[in-house]
Design a binder for this molecule. Sequence first.
Ligand code: PRX
Length: 657
Amino acid sequence: MTDSHDSNPAIENYLLEERKFEPSTDFKANALVSTANIYEDAETDYLEFWASKARELDWVKPFDKVLEWNPPFAKWFLNGTLNASYNCLDRHVAAGLKDRVAYYFEGEPGDSKSITYGELLTEVEKFATVLKSLGVKRGDIVAIYMPMILELPIAMLACARIGAAHSVVFGGFSSNALSDRINDAESKVVITADGGNRRGVVIPLKDNVDEALKSSPVVESVVVVKRIGDKHQITMEKNRDYWYHELMDKVTDATGPVEVDSENLLYLLYTSGTTAKPKGIMHTTGGYLTQVAYTHKIVFDLHPNEDIYWCAADIGWVTGHSYIVYGPLANGATSIIYEGTPDFPDKDRWWSIIEKYKVSILYAAPTAIRTFMKWGTDYLKRHDLSSLRLLGSVGEPINPEAWMWYRENVGLEKCPIVDTWWQTETGAIMITPLPGVTTTKPGSATFPFPGIRAEIVDEQGQKVELGGGYLTLNRPWPSMLRGIYKDPERYQQTYWSKYNEKYFVGDGAKIDEDGYLWLLGRIDDVMNVSGHRVSTTEVESALVDHPSVAEAAVVGANDATTGQAIMAFVTLKSGELGTPEKGEELRNHVSTKIGAIAKPKMIIFTDDLPKTRSGKIMRRLLRDVAEGRNLGDTTTLTDPSVVEEIKRKAAANVTED
Ligand code: PRX
């Protein structure tokens, strides 16, 4: 076990947690699943279990084999053909649900609109025509860099409609990060907006695209949605940049869905790993859609003709792909899309949205919940939250206090909480309670979803029956990543080399005497900041890229609100001074290189970094310093006095927002 797991102070608290919450009789009475038989059914024949869920989709040609498993390469629902946009739109319209609202859109400045399944289909059909007119073909990968507006799911579904894949880049990433992703996927078309709204300020998305394209000559066309208008001027390059509305106005014919193989690439989504280069995670069509649709239905107990569902994530992350776009639309759900932040114009924005739309299911990250705890309950009390009937959590471990607060203040003690564990790589929820079945314990994600096999193992790969270890997944699942784009070796190495044929998750976990699983956070060099994955190595590379920096070491320190906070220890080149201004310059440099989510909370300048005799930076010590703990044994250090100096500097040298 690496040091980041050992030093997680939450571990012991988790295991002392004894509160239990059974599903209420009321909830059980209407729940889609209310007995534990589903687990046995799935275990009897897990392939048939998934096949039966796949058959809930509309296939053009039915699959003739459920799984082909050549570890670590999987194919699901072989020889079946289908189209994801058809399954999300056309089939609902054909079933008479044309007028059901697909999304209620709430813009940050207060504008709002809704779009029905029928209208969404028309927009997607038209935009698919636009993509074709720009030369996008089956198998191409289209880059999408947009705010949270309706044109974002429209663009994604239009790609799927013509058999192209999308690569959505979160709007908070910098032009550098965007350019890297465009180049890796060789995207010839980029879809963006003139800007997005965030806390009353414009995020200059198109300006960032212009900057990115200076190092991405592969791009031939840019489509720009007008979201901001006159408030923020942009430049449009002739014969390269086109306004979305102008292209859409010209469309006269609607593009139908093409038939694609079950294993056709649906999308790439880049995520941080333990090296500086993000990984292009590949998801394909049939298996992915099967698992996102089924988990979305069962985990959230979705009653599509009654529920108003809100996943408050950004579509730029996997949570949004699976549980704002594909899962909910495949199930014919009515969802909310909110453009902005929870504190604009005031700290009650979420609660006002819940009241306005009578949201019944809320899916959010623990960081948000802890932030609301800090702000206090007055903001909630201003609004009627009685429409809520189920709450979800995702993205990072939820501590029992936050879980209880969520239950009492948001769920008004009546809503079950589903703490769902999964990753970009797993595509869909893997460990979770079932709300009508599972007795929950605050802070535990409870049990693997039916059909999923998860195990905790020790360093040697032996199963741990009680206590802590590494989480592994021991059986293929339909929405599993199909690999890392252009890098099969890295796929094998990262996930499948530590334990033969067991997928290595990268998270520490514990199992208690009742068999409940408790997720404990990353055990590798990946930080989890506000539920977002950031690689320590990526931030270090960005820092060392600055002309003043000689060496940098980055650690994630526990943080009461954001889960982890980025702490950077930096040695400057000789002649450079570690002033507060230099600290600010470096923080901004990281933001420019990667994006604001990767901006260190604190930069600590030091003349040296603590290293072992073999020259390895001792991150455990740095984390201890960053978290203000007493330092243990430092005898393996070349120069133990370095740590004392760093401790002194860390105490004095705080650069924070
Ligand atoms: O460490 C786990 C944490 O988030 C990581 C995956 O991050 P990402 O690929 O960005 O996907 C986030 C949204 C699915 C995991 O390796 N994580 C996610 N959900 C939970 C969690 N940790 C504890 N409990 C969770 N419910």
